[in-house]
Ligand binder design. Structure first.
Ligand SMILES: Nc1nc2c(ncn2[C@@H]2O[C@H](COP(=O)(O)OP(=O)(O)OP(=O)(O)O)[C@@H](O)[C@H]2O)c(=O)[nH]1
Ligand SMILES: [Mg+2]
Length: 410
């Protein structure tokens, strides 16, 4: 259960005291996680515990509000989630079935990309100009982008010229290998760095409807499973539905959701939430924000303000600025990422909707163009449909994941 966390996160510094290490490292066996030593929290902001629910252990059990905390609690809205069965993620399942599941989820993306490459080469006896032109067109329409495609084709043409690639099959293999290397080479260490002290604050941003709130719910699930206390913050105060949607994810995960009435300044909601998170020693704070077009200057300014406020309240926060990109938006996703990066500086990407008709090229394009690590990929709407992005596993699933020949990666 804790394996995911240890793999995904490292400590900020090796030079920590034993006490600090206890805050950043999971050392407790599962039974101890059931009784975490977390200080009291105002009752009004706590979810009501579900009896016998293991996952609930991450939430402090005995609320005892202090005067000033009670005041903050009045401003923030309490969430009283109902007891609800938590779907157990399949993350800990055997690697083969995990891989099969990923390969199945990527079936449509594969059809739109690698299967087309396969058909293009079918029956071809020699590498001619027509084949190279068709390949170029296919790669561009598969969301690989003009620059990435050009680099691929220039390399291929050079190698054909040098007779290194003698026949279409060799060319096909070379193209696939190079796409793989774009993904693997440009994918920086996907490990996230936990702060030495205080909560790990993740600010989730992106254009409308890309899957920010859903991804927050799924990420929260991963942390809860790893025994971490999680707070969700409704920084999207733009629509009433946005707050209710986050609350539903809070209920599913049985974690605290800090929210305010619609129209509140998102920065002040975030500030209050950070106060509670710091005072109550939450491990992880996931901040939802309203969808916005990367071209809307005033809304991008609002994002900068939210980020500034976090940093003022807690040095180093947000520790992760996560852009959520809908993989089906293609090249536009790259433009989004560039402008969001200019505004607030991205540290990670979650690529959603890869279970749909997304074209696989987007992954190689993002890795090559943005050089920002893809942390997670969304492969469905359910709680467990979020996977750590593992380049090798992803490439295997994308290129070789025919249902009859699925195999695990090392
Ligand atoms: N198939 C699929 N659907 C997804 C995935 N992630 C999110 N969705 C769906 O996409 C839709 C939008 O998701 P939201 O989480 O509301 O997106 P959002 O970015 O928070 O939207 P706004 O707050 O309106 O900007 C919902 O119907 C989600 O269920 C995914 O990985 N796969
Ligand atoms: Mg949302």
């Amino acid at each position: 259960m804790l394996g995911w966390f240890k793999k995904k996160f490292s400590k900020k510094s090796e030079d920590t005291t034993a006490e600090q290490q206890a805050a950043t490292e999971i050392v407790a066996p599962e039974e101890e996680i059931l009784q975490p030593e977390v200080p009291a929290i105002p009752e009004s902001v706590l979810p009501s515990p579900a009896e016998g629910d293991v996952e609930l252990a991450a939430v402090p059990p005995e609320p005892e509000p202090k005067a000033e905390e009670a005041e903050t609690a009045q401003q923030t809205e309490a969430l009283e989630p109902e007891a609800q069965e938590i779907k157990i993620s399949k993350d800990e399942a055997a690697p083969v079935s995990l891989f099969k599941r990923l390969a199945e989820k990527l079936a449509k993306t594969r059809e739109a990309f690698t299967d087309q490459i396969d058909s293009l080469f079918l029956g071809k006896k020699e590498i001619d100009a027509e084949l190279l032109d068709n390949l170029e067109e296919l790669l561009i329409t598969a969301d690989l982008g003009v620059a990435t495609t050009r680099e691929l084709l220039d390399n291929a043409r050079r190698r054909v010229g040098r007779k290194e690639l003698a026949d279409p099959q060799a060319l096909k293999v070379a193209i696939k290998e190079q796409i793989k290397s774009f993904i693997a080479d440009y994918q920086q260490a996907a490990e996230m760095v936990m702060p030495e002290n205080g909560p790990f604050v993740i600010m989730v941003i992106g254009v409308n409807g890309v899957g920010k709130t859903t991804s927050i719910g799924k990420i929260a699930h991963k942390f809860v499973k790893a025994g971490r206390s999680v707070m969700l913050v409704a920084g999207d105060t733009f629509r009433a539905a946005a707050v209710s949607q986050l609350k539903i994810w809070g209920e599913r995960n049985k974690v605290l959701v800090v929210a305010r009435e619609d129209g509140a300044d998102p920065s002040s909601v975030v500030y209050d939430a950070m106060d509670i998170a710091i005072a109550k020693e939450y491990d992880v704070v996931l901040v939802d924000t309203a969808g916005r077009l990367h071209t809307q200057t005033n809304l991008m300014e609002e994002l900068k303000k939210i980020k500034r406020v976090m940093g003022k309240r807690l040095e180093g926060a947000p520790h992760e600025v996560m852009l959520v990109v809908d993989a089906t938006t293609g090249q536009n996703g790259i433009s989004q990422a560039k402008l969001f990066h200019e505004a607030v500086g991205l540290t990670g990407i979650t690529l959603t909707k890869l279970d749909g008709t997304a074209k696989g090229g987007i992954v190689a394009n993002i890795c090559r163009e943005l050089k920002t690590p893809i942390r997670f990929i969304g492969v469905g709407e359910k709680m467990e449909d979020l996977r750590d992005f593992d380049p090798d596993e992803f490439i295997e699933a994308l290129f070789q994941g025919r249902s009859s020949e699925t195999k695990p990666t090392a």
